[in-house]
Write a protein that binds this ligand. Sequence first.
Ligand code: 5AD
Ligand code: SF4
Length: 464
Amino acid sequence: MPKKIYIKTYGCQMNVYDSDRMQDLMNSVGYETSEEVEGSDMVIINTCHIREKASEKLFSDLGRIRPFKEKMKEAGKQMIVAVAGCVAQAEGQEIFRRSNVVDIIVGPESYQTLPDLVGKVLREKTKQINLDFVPDNKFDILPSSNAGVGASAFITVQEGCDKFCTFCVVPYTRGAEYSRDINKILDEVKALIDKDVKEIYLLGQNVNAYHGFDENKNPANLAKLIEKIAEFPQIQRIRYTTSHPRDMDDSLIEAHRDIEKLMPFLHLPVQAGSNSVLKAMNRKHTRQDYFKIIEKLRKAKPDMGLSSDFIVGFPGESDADFEDTLDLVKQIGFAQCYSFKYSPRQGTPSADSIHQVAEEVKERRLAVLQKLLTEQQIDFNKKFENQIMPVLFEKEAPKSRKNSSKNPIDSDKIQLWGKSPWLQSVVVEVDNQEIANNFFNKISNVEVVKARPSSLFGTISNLK
Ligand code: 5AD
Ligand code: SF4
């Protein structure tokens, strides 16, 4: 009987990528993927430490796993429980102290050693911890992508962060900036092409700070990497995330103008609109810098869709500072954004500030900001009503969507789910499975019938 592995993932796309790689790795040593904790021989919780309640979530998950682990033991089997990701990196041994359910603690830069660690747990009946930072080694050891491959695939090209924004744990949990060499990334692209992938999503905590080397050992930036990937005829779309305004150089802006396969959408977190808050955050850019970048981008690519992260209630943020954030949002006009209340993270400089903002003020500001951002998102989506757009169809729409009362397409037909160039979810219905299968992994023109805040509904334009 093959062994079974269940992985639960929290956090960003880089964690999703890491979970897929851990799954590939464990598949390669005989573990089959399972959808549930019960009966699994191994359970991995891939954690995120970026905002509040990360460790509370972890320990409540571990509490829920305990009875299943005990049931396995009663049946004479062993369930190995591993904690991976940024909480593992940040809290280390403390996790063993707080929960004896855990057998393995492994960091985001050392999970390539999982099969080894599992072997030791089984043979030596000991607990194992590995929090080393050896990123190059990680990518060399990992098997090629298998898990989660569809029309679109992630590739981590850069990891870590040297920027040290004063609110952020990433430089501590993910380590210094590191870029993979172009050749190794292109090899991964080729392997994904063999699996019929059409869209490559380049990932990095600071992806636009990418600085790898090409085949002749010459330095290459993200624009160069994108240009190389665009040369593969099979790859039809390229995206990248997450970027920092400081690294938004002219070559990347020109790539948006010149490389058609590079999608017209950019996630460029500004965090706040007030210069004094940006300074206290150690962002090393001003609101004027941000405006200038967006102006250049829109000049290069007029239909660019923009996205950002915002933090409200950073220590010392006044009402006037917050107004500056609202003003920035109004001036830019975003397609879609993420916004958060500031949460002090232990070990980061701003956590110790004596100017913490009251919880109710944070909540009020967040509600005001989110209302504005939702209005902008609806406006952005509405612009596409009655327009035709190319959609890369990936899979059937999830059942919940299909039965949702909010879904204006209400029938027993098959619903396809895909993405627009601007990262909107697009849902379309077709008569039956046979027709549906013709659309997966392909780009088709869709006429948008109805725009909702978080998705578009349409019809295949050449089926009419
Ligand atoms: N509090 C609130 N939000 C945070 N982020 C990062 N650290 C914190 C924090 N301490 C947000 C930032 C970042 C996103 C991934 O998470 O907006 O861009
Ligand atoms: Fe965190 Fe700032 Fe680095 Fe982004 S740039 S990962 S917010 S420290």
